[in-house]
Design a protein around this ligand. Structure first.
Ligand SMILES: *Cc1c(COP(=O)(O)O)cnc(C)c1O
Ligand SMILES: [Zn+2]
Length: 425
């Protein structure tokens, strides 16, 4: 890969340029976030549909649009997750054309975070870091730990001290140093900024954040490609820090700019949050100009529980600019949606997936999402990691002795079994 494709970093507020060799996430003039900029003319000379289709089905098939100068070295099998036409769920929701982008089965750690981590750690290796880390709400911890292990990097992952057992297990197994901080994500994040600065380590979502964030674009590239080089009318995405939703839209914009899909982009972006931590959806709904941080997040969707979202302002602006909207849902709605997704499509999403689907339902009911358009719902994490959310919420298995008579008594007696027999008759 040639080095000229990535130009550098640029402040999203004042436009000041920074070299791409710098691990820095904010502008030294105004603390604005930095974003990677590319030479799209140069990229357009090498990247088209055919080039993409000739490559393996993982996120690196779009590598010219990722901020790596050499060959990627970390996360080589990330991405290429299914885009599923969800007709049974569509019927339940009363919409015509519905898709699930299923990152609950992303490799290697079953969440979309492997995309951002693959890019951030490939960049970390390029920049010469041997020790990496992250501030995590759960999924990032597991992804950094696993991908760092496979790359032979030392990893420190810091998490709030109230995370689900599956998220902690899913980080500890890889031998990373897992540190639980007494506090919420915002406390963890502040501490990580201090550590990254003091020790000179590469924290994927702190000093490596501009590179990290670009990895989320690959979810958008894959959606467009799997729709047959077409953009959907609506995308519903979960929001924690508010980065993913913007990067999906940026991906559509880059494909349109390169002529890989037809522009202009008309996709409306819809953002999903939990009511117990809704700084971005609150901002959209109240037409506010600034994020009002949520001091004490209280929701079972812990992976989305960022009270002071770094990209909240930009996410809110994007949602309004594209004609989309944002909503939030309570814990009961989250669990109900997790069950609905399981029962209609056979997909077991984590709580964040429940948030996204429940918000989609709400927006359809409100008429904000048009029932005749095409809609993509982004499922970003796996339900096996948030088992606590379902404790006491699912029917326990019926227990019988190994006897046909007992089985017949069981299905004959239950209402469900009656339906079964009726359906078969
Ligand atoms: C991190 C995360 C998100 C949101 O990511 P942001 O880019 O911070 O908005 C969504 N879903 C899951 C499961 C996550 O872990
Ligand atoms: Zn600036």
């Amino acid at each position: 890969m040639s080095e000229e494709l990535t130009i550098g970093l640029k402040c999203r507020l004042c436009g000041k340029l920074y070299p791409k060799t710098e691990a820095l996430n904010f502008c030294t003039e105004d603390f604005g976030p930095l974003e990677v900029i590319y030479d799209y003319d140069a990229i357009g000379r090498v990247l088209d549909r055919r080039a993409i289709q000739s490559r393996p089905r993982n996120m690196w098939r779009y590598r010219e649009l990722l901020p790596i100068d050499g060959e990627p070295t970390v996360g080589l099998h990330v991405g290429g997750t299914p885009l599923i036409r969800a007709d049974r769920l569509a019927r339940a929701l009363g919409v015509a054309e519905l898709y699930i982008k299923n990152d609950a089965v992303n490799h290697p750690t079953l969440s979309f975070k492997d995309r951002v981590v693959g890019v951030a750690l490939s960049k970390a290796v390029e920049l010469g870091y041997r020790t990496v880390g992250c501030a995590s709400t759960g999924n990032l911890a597991g992804s950094v730990a696993a991908n760092a292990a496979a790359a032979g990097l030392e990893a420190y992952v810091l998490i709030p001290d109230n995370l689900e057992a599956g998220k902690i297990l899913g980080a500890s197994i890889y031998g990373a140093k897992v540190i639980a901080v007494k506090g919420n994500y915002d406390h963890v994040n502040r501490l990580c900024s201090q550590i990254a600065f003091k020790f000179g380590w590469g924290f994927v979502n702190v000093n490596l954040r501009p590179f990290y964030a670009e990895g989320s674009k690959t979810m958008g590239f894959e959606i467009a490609e799997d729709l047959g080089w077409r953009l959907p009318d609506h995308v519903v995405a979960p929001m924690a820090g508010g980065s993913l939703i913007g990067k999906i839209h940026k991906a559509f914009g880059e494909f349109a700019r390169l002529g890989i899909v037809d522009g202009p982009i008309a996709t409306k972006m819809f953002g999903a949050q939990a009511t117990g931590c809704n700084p971005i959806s609150h901002m959209v709904k109240s037409d506010a100009l600034k994020v009002r941080p949520v001091r004490e997040p209280r929701t079972i969707a812990k992976s989305l529980a960022i009270g002071d979202p770094a990209d909240g302002y930009f996410a809110s602006k994007l949602i309004r600019d594209t004609g989309g909207w944002s909503e939030d849902v309570d814990d009961d709605a989250i669990v109900a949606a997790m069950k609905l997704l399981g029962e209609t499509e056979g997909i077991f999403a984590e709580t964040a997936g429940g948030v996204t689907l429940a918000v989609a339902q709400k927006l359809i009911a409100q008429g904000k999402i048009d029932r005749d358009g095409s809609t993509v719902i982004c499922i970003t994490g796996n339900g096996l990691k948030t088992a606590e959310a379902l404790h006491g919420k699912l029917a326990a298995p019926a227990v019988i002795r190994p006897s046909l008579a007992e089985f017949e008594a069981l299905i004959g007696a239950g209402a469900e079994a009656g339906e079964l027999v009726a359906a078969r008759a």
